[in-house]
Design a binder for this molecule. Structure first.
Ligand code: ADP
Ligand code: 5GP
Length: 190
């Protein structure tokens, strides 16, 4: 793949990355196509296969790894695999769009290592861990155990933020959307 730019958004779970990405896609002025990831986690209520994720069995995911179908993949939570399919990136770039990806920190830095200056990594930070917990609780999609698991991982993810090209704090949502929009606009215009 050598066309278009790649924008990678990473953040601790519950920080607001899907909300920000969806707002940017709705604005529609950045020529962005969202790269749908594959995952072995079950769909949340309202999630649609092929829109939010390609939901796969562990067996199918492992087979896709063996066939070399992923640009990158990670076991983000124990037993939960997530990965970026090569054919998904091609699907988007073939239409002339820039790609926007929602990845965990390791996936994000892995994509940067492959694509270099063609990729921009953006880390979205929460105002605090307690606010992150509030957002995960009010989203209402996770069990208490899953929330604890996600908060534990957030500490590790925040320690990786220094390696990203840019960092944005999602305190006021409107401001975070505008800042992310402006960053991407500047990067894709280069
Ligand atoms: P992520 O994709 O990073 O896991 P979401 O986009 O699902 O996070 O956001 C988690 C929850 O926090 C959602 O209920 C969302 O509406 C809410 N949220 C997002 N940004 C803010 C913000 N700036 N202030 C308050 N709540 C927010
Ligand atoms: P969730 O289960 O909340 O949808 O996502 C959990 C985490 O997995 C988030 O940090 C999200 O960014 C990450 N993630 C989603 N898709 C991928 C992917 O394709 N690769 C990697 N490395 N992480 C992903």
């Amino acid at each position: 793949m050598n066309k278009g730019k790649i924008i990678v958004i990473a953040a601790p779970s519950g920080c607001g990355k899907s909300t920000i990405i969806n707002a940017l896609l709705e604005r529609g002025d950045l020529n962005l196509g969202f790269a749908v990831s594959a995952t072995t986690r079950p769909p949340r209520e309202g999630e649609v296969d092929g829109v939010n994720y390609y939901f796969m069995s562990v067996e199918d995911f492992r087979e896709a790894i063996a066939e070399g179908e992923f640009v990158e993949y990670e076991e983000v939570y124990p037993g939960r695999l997530y990965g970026t399919l090569k054919r998904e990136l091609d699907r988007i770039t073939d239409t002339g769009l820039n790609v926007i990806l929602d990845l965990d920190v390791n996936g994000a830095l892995g994509v940067k290592a492959i694509y270099g200056s063609q990729a921009l990594t953006v880390f979205i930070e929460p105002p605090s861990i307690s606010e992150l917990r509030n957002r995960l609780e009010s989203r209402g999609t996770e069990t208490p155990e899953n929330i604890d698991e996600r908060i534990d991982r957030a500490e590790y993810e925040l320690s990786r933020a220094v390696h990203f090209d840019r960092r944005i704090v999602n305190d006021n949502l409107g401001m975070a959307i505008d800042q992310t929009h402006n960053l991407i606009q500047g990067f894709t215009a280069q």
